[in-house]
Design a protein around this ligand. Sequence first.
Ligand code: AMP
Ligand code: ZN
Length: 111
Amino acid sequence: MSDCIFCKIIAGDMPCDKVFEDEQVIVFKDINPKAKTHWLVVPKEHVVNLQEVEDSHQSLLGHMALTISRLARQHEIGDYRVASNNGAGAGQIVFHMHWHVLSGAVDISTL
Ligand code: AMP
Ligand code: ZN
């Protein structure tokens, strides 16, 4: 989507502090971190949020979860929270699905 900030990051048209990338996902640091470690796990396909996913996304969703598990081990971030805001009423601001990974001094009040 041309007006989507995360699609622009995926396309390389906007910078990000990248943690990981493969053919299905990109993981980068949140620009406004709410914890010592605050990553965003973002599918390369433009999916709005979990309200919009279909059966065809099953393997992508599993891949996102496994990517978090593997990266958390690799980076030794310890205990962490995975959070996803789905819809404006739940605090979603960027309407390209992303899962927050937070570890260390997590501020749970302002996500
Ligand atoms: P949400 O409220 O779940 O939609 O969260 C969107 C998140 O994206 C916020 O935590 C923002 O700080 C973060 N964000 C917005 N723009 C960027 C960007 N260009 N690079 C990294 N993170 C961003
Ligand atoms: Zn997008």
